[in-house]
Design a protein around this ligand. Structure first.
Ligand code: GDP
Ligand code: IMO
Ligand code: MG
Length: 421
């Protein structure tokens, strides 16, 4: 079983980028399996912060092969910006980054359709990142999409125009005004840039690597509560963010999966619309946002903050078969006298520890347990033993509630601020 998975258990931004970067020395291969530039994965070392959107978070390790899998959607414009930024730092991604021929392309018109759809929804909007994710996956499942493997075909231009004609009709139906012609030059520049990378049949590559005994880390994007099937629908993204998504998004069999690392914050955040039972729409939430610098890595939007939600975490752990937990951002909670953990939801049918069909505040109210806080600065601590007793008690409480061990505790954004147990 050569393939381990690391994925988010909440509503995204749990710290996946940082931890993938930390774990990469153990993995000669890192592969992204779904999502696209809606993701913003941050990692920090040597005092510099990097944000990746499409490129796997193993890219800063020369010996690591990074693969963008078939389940990912790629915007050539954003991909070019990412690769240019890496080149400016002296990292040449064309050496250790390969892209699945089956990954779908985000067209400028997909971005326009995303914006048009959100505008048409008004108050009911999803709060999408406006990166064209939904429309691109719709074209994938609608069997209209263009893939990376298509860009070297002689009739690519024709195929592009055929799909764009359909999109223009849809945009006209929305009554959405746009300047597509201004977006197209950057798109075709991005297509030329994409051609500089090796396009592979990544399912074959990954299975051959696994067979030869190479360890592979599959990097998830978003979080389980944003999964298209199991998240807080319709306020979700358009891909399967759970462990099953790694199988379809990379072409690997379930029997190949080893560890499933589930990552969560010591509290909880959500960006965009949709229900968030433990949200703190008050001073405490604002305090967490400021200390935790909870602003979107992709859109810069303020993230909504709240207490940890155990029914949601239990649900995610169940869906993913999590074998090891990773807790991030414990340092952000230093200085709170009392913390709260939602252990159950109160519903019309009584209390439940499971996640109901609808977690809108109309149907569920969080039931909280008080947790004694800690005041110590954690950011320089490098061993579990040295953590404050109340934090260790919090972690042990979570392990009892979640029935999975916490293997890693992150106490700051830098690579070095990582404690293994
Ligand atoms: P991702 O999308 O899951 O990769 O997470 P993001 O990068 O969007 O958001 C996580 C944010 O928290 C980033 O700014 C990270 O640099 C930062 N971060 C990660 N782990 C920690 C931690 O343990 N403590 C603190 N204070 N920040 C962290
Ligand atoms: P990472 O990988 C947090 C949210 C959006 C919106 C919903 C749908 O950095 O954790 P989409 O653009 O996918 O159609 O938006 O999902 N969302 C994220 N929230 N982190 C992300 O990625 C997200 N990617 C999408 O805010 O509510
Ligand atoms: Mg993020």
């Amino acid at each position: 079983m050569a393939i381990d998975i690391l994925l988010g258990l909440q509503w995204g931004d749990e710290g996946k980028g940082k931890i993938v970067d930390v774990l990469t020395p153990e993995y000669p291969v890192v592969a992204r399996f779904q999502g696209g530039p809606n993701a913003g994965h941050s990692l920090e070392f040597n005092g510099i912060k990097h944000v990746l959107h499409t490129i796997p978070s193993g890219i800063f390790h020369n010996n690591c092969l990074n693969i963008v899998g078939n389940g990912v959607v790629i915007d050539p414009v954003i991909f070019k910006k990412e690769t240019d930024a890496l080149i400016a730092l002296g990292v040449d991604p064309s050496l250790n980054l390969k892209i699945s021929k089956k990954a779908h392309l985000i067209l400028p018109t997909h971005r326009l359709l995303d914006a048009a759809s959100e505008a048409a929804k008004g108050q009911a909007k999803i709060g999408s990142t406006l990166k064209g994710i939904g429309p691109t996956y719709m074209d994938k499942t609608g069997r209209n999409g263009l893939r990376v493997g298509d860009i070297t075909r002689s009739d690519f231009q024709e195929r592009y125009l055929f799909l764009v004609a359909k999109h223009l009709e849809m945009l006209a139906n929305y009554g959405y005004e746009h300047k597509l012609h201004e977006l197209e030059p950057a798109f075709f520049e991005g297509i030329e840039n994409l051609k500089k990378f090796e396009h592979i049949d990544s399912e074959h590559t990954l299975n051959a690597l696994a067979k030869s005994g190479k360890k592979i880390l599959a990097e998830g994007a978003q979080g389980s509560m944003l999964d298209i099937d199991f998240g807080s629908y319709p306020f979700v993204t358009s891909s399967n963010t759970i462990a099953a998504g790694a199988c379809t998004g990379l072409g690997i069999a379930p029997s190949q999966i080893g560890e499933v690392y589930g990552i969560f914050k010591a509290y909880c955040t959500r960006v965009g619309s949709g229900p968030f039972p433990t949200e703190l729409d008050n001073e405490t939430g604002e305090k967490i946002r400021q200390i935790g610098r909870e602003f979107g890595a992709t859109t810069g939007r303020p993230r909504r903050c709240g207490w940890i939600d155990l029914p949601a975490l239990r649900y995610s752990i169940m869906l993913n078969g999590v074998t090891k937990l990773i807790m991030t951002k414990a340092d952000v909670l230093s200085g709170f006298d009392i913390l709260y953990a939602c252990t159950a939801y109160k519903t019309a049918e009584g209390n439940t520890r499971d996640l109901p069909f609808d977690i809108h505040p109309e149907f569920v109210q969080p039931v909280y347990t008080e947790i004694p806080g800690w005041s110590e600065d954690l950011t320089g601590i490098n061993s579990y033993e040295k953590l404050p007793q109340s934090l260790k008690s919090y972690i042990e409480f979570l392990e009892r509630e979640l029935e999975v061990p916490v293997a890693i505790v992150s106490v700051g954004p830098d690579r070095s601020q990582t404690i293994r147990r």
